[in-house]
Design a protein around this ligand. Structure first.
Ligand SMILES: N[C@@H](CCC(=O)N[C@@H](CS)C(=O)NCC(=O)O)C(=O)O
Length: 218
């Protein structure tokens, strides 16, 4: 089968791309990645050549095409069962799927007010009480997972998996905006940034020449 290829938005700004790319890195599958710069006059047309939704990430693997981050995770968990992308025990897996779906579907105030900007730091950036409520819920999820399932390692369910990839862009945002966190969440943010794949992504984001003023606050 042809080598897997994932099409992404800017590594500095595209949080959904980071999720799909991290899952692919965790899967152990060999892959190439292609960045499509977002917010350019031809962006939509270029993405539509690969992704029917006009959104990235999109994973192409032989005949298979998957244009959604969580669906990419499900596909990889099926074809790379040894990677442990979901927890082994069914009840734990159900919990991991629930928190991943909650991230996938929610936290709109946080996502809108604190956009991902991997290479920058904006401490003291103001945000609303709705955003604080999202932060509170996310950190409650993290504390709950770490306490109940985190024994085998520093991630939500011990070893790294899909749920961590889903929350990695939030961990990045918490660093960028200097969000005050409890001890467990601070350690978790550190663990996410300690992943080799996360370090590679951050380096690539730093090296990217594209700047989008919509996500820069100075
Ligand atoms: N539900 C999708 C969301 C993907 C998404 O919204 N991607 C953004 C980039 S982060 C996008 O493709 N935007 C297209 C554009 O800006 O033209 C997923 O989970 O992959």
């Amino acid at each position: 089968m042809a080598k897997a290829k994932i099409y992404l938005g800017n590594k500095n700004y595209s949080s959904w791309s980071l999720r799909g790319w991290l899952m692919l890195s965790m899967s152990g599958l060999a892959f190439d990645d292609v960045v499509i710069p977002l917010d350019q006059p031809d962006t939509t047309e270029t993405i539509l050549a690969y992704s029917p939704s006009g959104r990235v990430p999109v994973l192409v693997h032989g005949e298979v095409r998957i244009w959604d981050s969580l669906a990419i995770g499900e596909y990889l968990a099926e074809i790379c069962p040894k990677a442990g992308l979901w927890p082994k025990a069914r009840p734990t897996r159900a919990h991991a799927r629930s928190v991943s779906a909650e991230m996938h579907a929610g936290f709109v105030p946080l996502r809108a007010a604190l956009p991902m900007n991997v290479r920058r730091s904006f401490p003291g950036h103001e945000y609303s009480s709705e955003v604080q409520a999202d932060i509170n819920r996310i950190t409650a999820i993290w504390r709950g997972c770490r306490k109940q399932y985190g024994e085998g390692g520093p991630f939500l369910f011990g070893g790294p998996g899909i749920a961590d990839a889903m929350f990695a862009p939030v961990a990045s945002r918490f660093r960028t905006y200097g969000i005050d966190l409890d001890e467990t969440s601070t350690s978790y943010v550190k663990a996410i940034h300690g992943l080799t794949a996360m370090k590679r992504w951050s380096q690539a984001a730093k090296n990217e020449p594209m700047v989008n003023d919509r996500y820069e606050f100075d």
